[in-house]
Design a protein around this ligand. Structure first.
Ligand SMILES: C[C@@]1(CC(=O)O)C2=NC(=C\c3[nH]c(c(CCC(=O)O)c3CC(=O)O)Cc3[nH]c(c(CC(=O)O)c3CCC(=O)O)/C=C3\N/C(=C\2)[C@@H](CCC(=O)O)[C@]3(C)CC(=O)O)/[C@H]1CCC(=O)O
Ligand SMILES: NC(=O)c1ccc[n+]([C@@H]2O[C@H](COP(=O)([O-])OP(=O)(O)OC[C@H]3O[C@@H](n4cnc5c(N)ncnc54)[C@H](O)[C@@H]3O)[C@@H](O)[C@H]2O)c1
Length: 205
């Protein structure tokens, strides 16, 4: 079964992670760059979670009321029964839930993730083989051009200007392609003067 990759805004949303082990940490590490507010509930925490700044740690066993006001929940304990209970509580309340020891109880999966600034790619096998998803992610890490986060920043910055300067959509695309090629060549180190020059020359053609 394949799953659709919605790209969802989770900044400032509340997320509950149940369990304080290494798998929980791997999920937390993935989420933090996206600005989510994380609460971890567990009787014990691994050293990495203990040392992670900007998350809320609550040292106790999971209780159903912990999911109140949570936007999504991750069940990452080593106890199948506890994970099953987390899934049941969340399904009953229509809260999206990820259960790390049981793909069938998940309403969403974590992808193998590549992030370069605003550019994000996620790879999934629909739970068939996380190992295979990781393999492809590792290949893609190497395939992404150096400075790609800066390239994306350049494009974000010029997009509005190009839209305002060129009424014709075909021409706009041509100008954006031109700037993109230059930004890629220069690993994102493009000056305002170089951009102005492209816009001016394209405007004359
Ligand atoms: C992609 C990645 C993202 C991440 O974790 O953030 C991820 N698992 C990763 C690694 C990994 N996980 C496991 C191994 C051992 C080898 C193997 O089993 O293949 C390895 C390999 C390794 O460690 O490198 C074991 C495992 N995983 C799950 C189960 C339970 C089950 O299948 O029911 C078990 C058995 C546990 C046991 O035996 O006790 C379940 C899930 N793991 C998923 C995601 C979701 C489906 C993703 C998809 O395929 O679409 C899903 C369904 C739920 C979820 O966790 O979201 C991350 C790679 C990140 C990267 O390197 O980029
Ligand atoms: N999805 C994945 O990618 C993936 C990968 C490998 C393993 N796993 C599975 O993930 C699970 C967790 O693995 P781990 O290595 O992090 O285990 P771990 O033993 O390091 O951590 C488990 C944590 O759960 C906590 N816990 C136990 N009972 C609890 C309760 N009632 N309430 C709150 N917290 C509780 C423990 O205190 C501990 O902090 C295992 O079941 C493993 O099979 C999933």
């Amino acid at each position: 079964m394949s799953y659709f990759p919605f790209f969802v805004e989770i900044g400032q949303k509340r997320c509950l992670v149940v369990g304080g082990g290494t798998v929980a940490f791997r999920k937390i590490e993935k989420l933090l760059p996206f600005g989510v507010e994380i609460t971890v509930v567990s009787p014990s925490f691994c050293a990495e979670i203990e040392q992670t700044e900007g998350i809320c740690r609550i040292r106790k066993e999971f209780q159903a009321e912990d999911v109140e006001d949570m936007c999504f929940v991750i069940g990452a304990t080593d106890c199948e029964a506890v994970n099953a209970r987390i899934a049941a509580v969340c399904h009953a309340k229509h809260i999206p839930v990820n259960i790390v020891d049981d793909a069938e109880k998940c309403s969403f999966f974590f992808p193998a993730l590549v992030k370069r600034g605003a550019f994000v790619a996620g790879f999934s096998t629909g739970g068939a083989s996380p190992l295979a998803a990781r393999f492809i992610r590792e290949q893609m890490e190497d395939a992404i051009p150096t400075g790609f986060a800066d390239v994306i920043d350049v494009m974000a910055e010029v997009r509005g200007r190009v839209k305002a300067a060129f009424a014709d959509s075909g021409k706009r695309e041509q100008v954006l392609r031109h700037i993109f090629r230059l930004a890629l060549e220069k690993n994102g180190n493009v000056s305002q003067a170089e951009i102005e020059e492209i816009i001016r020359k394209e405007g004359e053609q």
